[in-house]
Design a protein around this ligand. Structure first.
Ligand code: IMP
Length: 446
């Protein structure tokens, strides 16, 4: 069976992009299946840094087909900027990128709705969205009446449909914003859409059919998760989530490839925890640990540049995410960021209203009241960014990684000690794991 998935097990930004880049070598097709321009990943390749959003980093290599599947929401203007940014730096995109005609489009009204509505949860709390129109676009998808998909741009009834939708959206926006609302200009939006349609035409395809053919032909597929499992709309920390199935559960619905084709699921965690935006983060730290993590880990959003909230590794949350996403093995990223801390803590349970539990709560008010129960481990002071083997890591770093594996009940097969591809350590018995798609699933000794 040909599919590998890389899934984040926290609240996003787990450095999945680096792992995907390494794994791409052993795959033929890389698939982005959910989310939109809310995601950003940074890849260091060939001595250059690349910041990508919707286009899989496989685009930087020859011989890889990159698929943006039907489960994503696509802002055409920002997507075209991404293509042109790559082409401007000499990357060939033509012939390597397929874009699903089923993908729903983000329009200017979605950006406006995102801006107006975030902050209107009951109690006035904000989700702290990325402002990229993600929630409003998925809402229209599920609501159906006002949704427009990429394939619609090429249909004869498009101009009429767009005019109908803009008329409704103008009424909705003025109801929300009052008389000062700037009406959307249907002619300008039509002209932009037709221009975008022509620019994107060479990439548009029935990617569902393409991927189903690919798995039946035994081609090797790599599915690249966006955001993290705890932001999953159905199983994450609702309502402080994104609007798609960002856990491993979204692979099948977003790509159209049934889960039975997935052979290997790699769960990616940071060696600590971060979150950007609103919502509870039980292990969050201020001075001095939170600041150490933010500054050493350069924890500022790739898309919004917002400082990320930082805290200790939360094994209760990550274990839940690993189970939810059906994870076989783990990659622990940004381990080098912990260097210099005397003591490290891992949250192994929560105390909620005086009762101790290792279960991740399904209700947000329970999570808000959760007090972390910590286990303490000794830290290390050595700079580990030059370590290339498990043996080159300080004993305390090895112990820390092993403990994460034990608590999550999965072998840790990769530890990352810096952004470069070379700063990657393969652990335990699954020595070939990060580059071999059919690596044994036997747990590595931890
Ligand atoms: P939205 O996806 O823009 O609607 O944002 C919903 C929540 O998900 C907010 O807390 C965002 O900060 C968070 N979020 C969305 N995309 C990412 C991501 O790629 N990394 C981390 N957090 C994200």
């Amino acid at each position: 069976m040909p599919g590998t998935c890389v899934i984040g097990l926290q609240w996003g930004d787990e450095a999945k992009g680096k792992l995907v880049d390494i794994l791409t070598e052993d795959h033929e097709i890389v698939v982005r299946y959910a989310g939109g321009a809310n995601a950003g990943h940074t890849v260091v390749s060939g001595g250059q840094t690349w910041k990508l959003s919707l286009i899989p980093s496989g685009i930087l290599r020859d011989g890889i087909t990159c698929v943006v599947a039907g489960g994503v929401v696509l802002d055409p203007a920002s997507f075209i900027r991404e293509i042109e940014g790559l082409e401007g730096r000499g990357v060939t995109v033509a012939g390597k990128l397929l874009l699903s005609d089923r993908a729903h489009l983000v329009f200017p009204w979605h950006l406006a709705e995102d801006r107006i509505l975030d902050g209107s949860l009951s109690g006035g709390e904000a989700i702290g969205t990325t402002g990229r129109g993600i929630g409003p676009c998925y809402r229209d998808k599920v609501g159906r009446s006002f949704a427009i998909r990429l394939g619609d741009l090429y249909r004869p009834g498009f101009a009429a449909k767009l005019a109908d939708v803009v008329a409704v959206k103008n009424r909705v926006l003025s109801a929300w914003q009052g008389d000062g609302a700037m009406p959307l200009d249907p002619q300008a939006i039509l002209a932009d859409s037709l221009r975008h349609a022509e620019r994107l035409r060479p990439f548009v395809a029935d990617t569902t059919a393409f991927l189903l053919d690919a798995v039946e032909d035994g081609r090797r597929l790599l599915f690249e998760g966006a955001q993290g499992s705890l932001l999953d709309v159905d199983h994450g920390t609702f309502p402080f989530v994104t609007s798609s199935n960002s856990s491993g559960l979204g692979v099948a619905s977003g790509s159209g490839v049934p889960g039975r084709w997935i052979e290997r699921v790699i769960g990616v965690v940071k060696a600590y925890t971060t979150r950007v935006g609103g919502g509870p983060l039980p292990t969050e730290q201020g001075e001095p640990v939170g600041v150490h993590l933010r500054e050493r880990g350069r924890e500022y959003g790739t898309v919004t540049m917002r400082p990320r909230r930082c805290g200790w590794f939360d094994a209760v949350a990550a274990r839940y995410a690993a189970r939810l996403s059906g994870v076989d093995e783990l990659a622990v990223m940004l381990l080098d960021v912990l260097s210099g801390l005397d003591e490290l803590r891992i949250c192994t349970a929560y105390e909620i209203d005086g009762a101790r539990t290792t279960r991740f709560p399904g209700q947000i008010d329970d999570l808000k009241r959760a007090i972390p129960v910590y286990e303490s481990l000794p830290g290390w002071h050595e700079d580990i960014s030059g370590a290339r083997t498990e043996a080159a890591l300080p004993a305390n770093a090895r112990r820390y990684v092993a403990r994460i594996g034990e608590l999550l009940g999965r072998p840790v097969t990769v530890a990352s000690v810096g952004p470069d591809r070379s700063q990657t350590i393969v652990l335990g018995r699954s020595r070939a794991a990060p580059v071999a798609s059919h690596a044994p699933r036997t747990p590595a000794p931890t």
